[in-house]
Design a protein around this ligand. Structure first.
Ligand SMILES: [Zn+2]
Ligand SMILES: [Zn+2]
Length: 322
């Protein structure tokens, strides 16, 4: 079966025409269903098509946040903060986003494993589901088929899109076409199968060590905070902020999202050059995740870091805003 190689080395996943040209070059048979356009069609959420496990989980976690002040402890807050950084920065930003979705660098196996563990602790879906959704976001950004564009509503892009049951997204055929590289990866396969169990184990461990305080602050509050930070990258940075590049989407650079999401707020830079490991392109655009990647590289634990800064990038050259 033909595959859409969305992460072809040297090719920027910038826009749909880029993807189309890759597909054309490789003479890939057209799919019966246009997976990029049709998988994330916007539909009103009803009782029938709602993703009830996701709705239930979100309600449970938010209810835990309401109870958390009654079980406050400084150690619980500290555990929550450390887990927020580990899951948000190492798990989602470094591993799920820049490593799996964009293949911006390579990692030594033990670090790759640890970062996957941090990723599944965030409970934002399995690695291949997260990365495939994100690749479609880049391919269809702010067009029909974008999983979470604010053009379909601010709250839709922030969280409502999660509540629609996407049967097609779970279809292995969809992932075989969008993330074929990940579907062949034994580590991704392992975490795809076990991702929910890790959170259950973490919850049990937190309760066993620190009681209700650690469970509520280390799981519920930390998770809800990290969810909203990640969701702000989908909503706020396609709505507010400044642009360094004239991309074909509405992406913006927004400093407070960059602070909370460890560099992900420099989202216009990222949409302009998605495979570049560094999201901050100006000296003041601090990107903590890129700092971690450089640290791993200095220790010999990361290599082949894509550092092609905008002026050195040959393909896909969105104009810099004057
Ligand atoms: Zn975006
Ligand atoms: Zn991205």
């Amino acid at each position: 079966m033909g595959t859409l190689l969305l992460d072809e080395p040297g090719v920027q996943i910038g826009n749909e025409s880029n993807l189309r040209s890759i597909v054309k070059d490789r003479e890939v048979k057209p799919a019966k269903r246009d997976v990029l356009r049709d998988t994330f069609k916007v539909e009103p959420i009803t009782w029938k098509n709602a993703d009830w496990p996701v709705v239930g989980w979100m309600l449970l976690m938010h209810a835990g946040c309401l109870a958390a002040p009654f079980f406050f402890s400084w150690s619980g807050l500290a555990v929550g903060f450390v887990l927020y950084w580990m899951t948000g920065c190492l798990g989602i930003t470094l591993c799920y986003h820049r490593y799996l979705a964009h293949r911006s660098f390579k990692l030594a196996k033990p670090i790759e494993f640890l970062c996957h563990v941090c990723g599944v602790f965030a409970l934002q879906g399995s690695p291949s589901i997260w990365a495939s959704t994100h690749r479609v976001h880049h391919a269809r950004s702010d067009k029909a088929g974008d999983p979470h564009s604010p053009r379909d509503g601010k709250w839709w892009s922030h969280m409502e899109w999660l509540f629609l049951d996407r049967v097609e997204r779970r279809d292995p055929e969809f992932r075989d076409r969008v993330v074929p590289d990940l579907m062949r990866d034994p580590m991704v396969k392992f975490f795809d199968k076990t991702f929910f169990l890790w959170t259950i184990a973490l919850g049990v461990a937190l309760y066993a060590i620190g009681g209700m305080s650690w469970l509520l602050w280390g799981l519920c509050v930390r998770m809800v905070f990290t969810y909203h930070v990640t969701w702000c990258v989908n909503s706020a940075t396609h709505l507010w902020g400044y642009r360094n590049y004239e991309t074909t989407d509405d992406s913006r650079n927004l400093w407070w999202v960059a602070v909370l999401a460890n560099g992900e707020g420099w989202h216009n830079n990222h949409h302009a050059y998605p495979r570049v490991a560094r999201a901050g392109h100006k000296w003041w655009e601090v990107d903590v995740t890129y700092g971690v990647i450089l640290l791993l590289k200095a220790c010999g634990l990361a290599w082949d870091v894509n550092d092609d800064l905008p002026d050195a990038t040959r393909r896909a050259t969105p104009k810099a805003v004057a």
